[in-house]
Ligand binder design. Sequence first.
Ligand code: SF4
Ligand code: SF4
Length: 112
Amino acid sequence: MNGFGFRLSPSSAINLDKVDRSRFEELCSIEPDALRCMSCGSCSATCPAAQFSGMSIRKVLLNLQRGKEEEAFRLMSNCMLCGKCTMVCPRGINTRRIVLTISRIYEKEEKR
Ligand code: SF4
Ligand code: SF4
């Protein structure tokens, strides 16, 4: 009977004052539209890469805001830059350009 019973999951609470949001802030300084995302998920619903890889601009932006950059980068690497998400975003965010800008931020840092 070892292991029987309930266990509390580790908390997923994030202290936003303590996480590194520098890449998200850099993104917003270049593409202020990133702040207008309301996490509606329309981009994920239309993304052809989503069902195979979990790619979602919504998740990329949320992960960057929470300082989870590895996960954001992993998701982004599945983007084919088809632009479908840009066509459906109700906030008119150029999501394709946001992916390109994030890639450039990472590239710039790799060269340092
Ligand atoms: S469709 Fe636009 S507003 Fe909705 S989650 Fe995607 S980026 Fe954000
Ligand atoms: S541009 Fe990228 S994130 Fe947007 S729908 Fe196409 S593959 Fe998905």
